[in-house]
Unconditional design. Structure first.
Length: 91
């Protein structure tokens, strides 16, 4: 915690602490990832492929579980309308 007597000193100490933490984290990450640029690219490509796979599967599930049954029930309703003479297309 900051030990200043005025609020300006306290604010400066907090900002300085976060700035020091951010700079040290940036330096550490720069040193850590200096030789890992290719690995990072490969990892990001893999992540994008996995997300696209999730989108494909969710699209397939939506089509199979929502769109297909609704269309089939509509077509079935239109095809069986002649069985009930009092039923029409009006609501």
């Amino acid at each position: 915690m900051s030990r200043g007597r005025r609020p300006v000193e306290n604010a400066f100490a907090v900002v300085y602490g976060y700035l020091l933490l951010g700079i040290s984290l940036a330096v550490y990450m720069n040193i850590l990832t200096a030789g890992m640029v290719k690995a990072a690219g490969k990892t990001s490509r893999t992540a994008v492929r996995q997300r696209l796979f999730v989108v494909k599967v969710s699209t397939f599930i939506i089509i199979e579980l929502i769109t297909f049954p609704l269309r089939c029930s509509g077509i079935l309703g239109l095809c069986t309308m002649w069985l009930l003479p009092k039923v029409g297309l009006k609501a």
